[in-house]
Write a protein that binds this ligand. Sequence first.
Ligand code: ADP
Ligand code: MG
Length: 468
Amino acid sequence: MDLKNSAIGKASGPRIAPFVPMIMATKPSEHISLELQPDWHASNSEASGKFGSMNPHFPLYNRGMVASCFEDMKRYVDFSATDAELLAGLAEPLAERIPALVAEFYAILQRDPRAMAVFGGDTDQIDRLRESLGAWFSRLLGGEYGDAYYQKSLDIGHTHVRVNLPQYLMFTAMNVVRRSLLREVDGLDLHNGAAYRAALEKILDLELAIMNQSYHEDLMERLQTLESVRFEKRLDEARHLASLGELAASVAHEIKNPLAGISGALQVIRHGLAETHPHREVMDEALKQINRLDAAVKDLLIYARPKPPKRGPLDLVSLVQRVIMIVRRESGLGQVKITVDAEHDSIEMIGDEAQLQQVLMNVIINAAHACGRKGTVQCRIQRMGAGARLAIVDDGVGIDPDVLPRVWEPFFTTKAKGTGLGLSICHRIITAHGGTIALDSKPNEGTQVTIEFGDRKSGSAESEEATS
Ligand code: ADP
Ligand code: MG
């Protein structure tokens, strides 16, 4: 069967992604050298968070990590006090050229109507932008490249993010600025022109790095907001489910005993009726409904108050055979054929027989129901090294891809008489046995439920983890 859609069991509730923390640098580093000092890494990795942990060498520079971030950047391009002096030395000779540079920049920008649209496009706005760019040129050659410089550039970057300036434009625009500034420096014909050019290249790259950083910060903040909204939502869902489960459990508990009483009483009355009495059929129907109610109540209790597995030796092959016998007897399955395909006469394992029987009952009944009145359910059992693998394959209606991820949710059912608890209980039981349960399905072709135990003799989740 070509099964394209697949869902791995996750009935134990939504996985809650940890909220991305705002991380502060613990130790701003002070080395001005291109070598990557060991303690540079150390101080940075302390600041690593959820995303940082994917790459332990780089911290997550969020807002507020001004000093360490800019220091790291400067160290990379080997930006020294000499560079600062050289740049300051350019301020005066280039001062009178700044208006021309600004004009040149906006002449190029105006060729791109989309870029102009981002900035508002009216002449007042353009005048203000010209002023800001002039101020930016002066700051670039201001000779002061400390925290205040970084913060100011970062603020400009955030403004770009706010007005939705495409990220590529910051690179292309910076290239325009770079070429005109280098041309101007060349035009000054300075004694050590190469050193001035190098200093300029460094500060322009730093500017780019800072602007890039502002986009990154913005993205991280959006992610954090998204994560926290999601987290809250899931927490609400979890709380809701927990209280629902508790409520359901207490109601189920209250129902259980009277139900047994009613069932007993009905059986006594039925027993007293003559074989041909017309009320016998009514009694039978009433008893059937009570059995259904009893099964639903049991499911609810198992779901809301799960018990740890009572482990003991069992034989998977005969367990499957026994379940099939019960299913055949009980659930009016019409022409559905249920077959066993076992590679061995017996497959011994350690586990809670009653719980595993419940899993198999649910999975096989689900498969049989999916087949309607006609179809085949195959139960394949095999050893897998020290473990075992069970596949329950049906050629029934299959599951819609939209619905597939939801089948593990408690109370999710597409059946008029379903409780929607079967698969969540199965998942919980198999997980407690250190196994996995997965479901592949294709609409109109069929479904395969695969249960795997890595270690048949362990019978628990803990020892599975210990050996993996
Ligand atoms: P219930 O059987 O009470 O509906 P389950 O948790 O056992 O609850 O199953 C949830 C849903 O998953 C079912 O209602 C059905 O839509 C779908 N499902 C489970 N197994 C199969 C299968 N073999 N084929 C098609 N659909 C299935
Ligand atoms: Mg079911």
